[in-house]
Write a protein that binds this ligand. Structure first.
Ligand code: GTP
Length: 429
């Protein structure tokens, strides 16, 4: 533990020392960015053959995608070599991210995924949608989707020889690549319906780990259907050690939650379920529905992994936070912890704290989002992460009279709210 912190600190100090040697006045914003981010990573993250060294796969801006993409393997090196001039123009206008958005629809068996998908496909939204449907063990396209196909889906492809999160992940990559290669320009959005038993994590990581996907497609959001009648039972299910509870996981990774089948239960049951869901994931927006009838904007165009939209999700969380206490402080299960705190962070301390946290706990930290005030940095620093995948970037300038309030939300397993808050507060100046 001590050695680890030292390593991180040493890397940081080396970087700043180099800045000085190269006659940089204050470290440029971009330098700060380079210094902050690589240190947050666990050096054993998702890697591909294109990585020649031990670098984690990192991302530095969301909207400046092409640029970020070009240099995403070089920035760790940047932190230990001369800062590059390319890095100095982060405040210039950045090109939009034109990759095709993809939405993952998940939810337990029978929760209403296909019903929602049909609703999406038959609604009048003008979007051309390609569908990837993963029906475990089924041979043909879900009967109910055939009508939807004639009604508007650009393409429906089936993955039916296994579960998307396990055996057919390679198939998903190939299928997305094929869609993009053969039909690019003929659809605007990809919707992926997972099996009811899928764990979203490996599917999410596919969007970052596989170049064939990452180059052309961006993850727009995870939509989770929850069966108002049966969810409680599945959430309660105690699994053998080491086996995840899919119902919990599906809620934990969601950007949008749809509590469906509300016609089958009374208000008290729904209220209890909603409370439980918020305790697991306080960041996601939630709606109650019958037969998956939601506005399409609620499920498409979410930007759940976009750094530009971090603010709205942390603010949503804060709103929830006002209404429930940290009674789950020592909850051994999956829960959300949020930290809202005014002040500016000492960059070095923040590096060590977050870097160490991710090195030690990235398996348990399912998702996190944050908006930080860093000492010496005129912009707000926004970040989001899924386990050891991390994206961060300065965004807009702090307003002259704007209170510098830091906001972080963690969703994960065995989170200790007090410990996290103390760790964070110790990084404040
Ligand atoms: N009463 C009621 N039934 C619903 C509602 N939404 C869906 N259903 C029905 O519930 C059943 C399961 O819905 P699906 O959409 O197939 O659920 P799914 O999540 O795709 O199911 P799997 O593919 O088996 O995981 C179907 O018979 C639907 O018509 C609802 O809000 N209320």
């Amino acid at each position: 533990m001590a050695t680890l912190s030292m390593d991180i600190a040493t890397t940081f100090f080396n970087f700043t020392a180099r800045c000085r040697r190269h006659n940089h006045r204050a470290p440029p914003l971009s330098g700060i960015r380079s210094a902050v981010i690589p240190l947050f990573f666990k050096p054993t993250t998702i890697r591909t053959q294109s990585l020649s060294s031990n670098l984690p796969r990192t991302f530095f801006t969301s909207s400046n995608f092409s640029k970020a993409y070009r240099r995403r393997f070089s920035v760790s090196a940047t932190a230990t070599t001369t800062p590059q001039s390319e890095e100095s123009d982060v405040t210039t206008k950045i090109p939009p991210d034109n990759r095709i958005p993809a939405t993952i629809i998940t939810g337990f068996l029978g929760s209403g995924k296909t019903t929602l998908l049909n609703h999406i496909l038959t609604a009048d939204h003008g979007k051309r949608i390609a569908v990837i449907e993963n029906e475990y063990g089924e041979v043909d396209i879900d009967g109910s989707l055939v009508a939807a196909k004639s009604a508007g889906a650009e393409d429906i492809v089936m993955l039916n020889n296994g579960c998307l999160c396990c055996t057919v992940r390679g198939d998903l990559v190939r299928m997305i690549a094929e869609l993009v290669n053969k039909k690019k320009g003929r659809f605007d959005h990809i919707v992926i319906e997972t099996t009811g038993l899928a764990n979203p994590a490996p599917i999410i990581s596919t969007f970052y780990a596989e170049d064939q996907v990452f180059n052309d497609v961006k993850l727009d959001g995870v939509v989770t259907l929850v069966d108002a009648k049966h969810a409680g039972f599945h959430l309660d299910e105690v699994k053998p050690k080491g086996v995840v509870n899919e119902a919990v996981e599906q809620i934990a990774y969601a950007d949008r939650i749809i509590v469906n089948k509300t016609d089958l239960v009374g208000e008290p049951e729904i209220a209890t379920l909603v409370k439980r869901i918020k305790n697991i994931n306080s960041m996601a927006q939630m709606k109650r529905t019958e037969f998956g009838k939601v506005d399409l904007e609620y499920v498409l165009g979410i930007g759940g992994f976009d750094l530009e939209r971090i603010e709205s999700s942390v603010n949503d969380e804060e709103h929830h936070h006002d209404h429930h206490s940290h009674d789950h402080t020592h909850d051994p299960g999956v829960s959300s912890v949020s930290i809202v705190c005014e002040g500016s962070l000492d960059l070095e301390k923040a590096n060590i704290w977050l870097g160490t946290l991710l090195l030690e706990r990235s398996e348990d930290i399912y998702r996190m989002k944050g908006l930080l005030s860093v000492q010496g940095m005129d912009e707000r620093f926004v970040f989001q992460g899924v386990h050891d995948i991390f994206q961060g970037s300065p965004d807009r300038l702090w307003g002259p009279d704007e209170p510098r309030v830091n906001k972080i939300v963690f969703i994960g397993k065995n989170l200790n709210a007090e410990e996290l808050e103390q760790g964070f507060k110790a990084c404040l100046l």
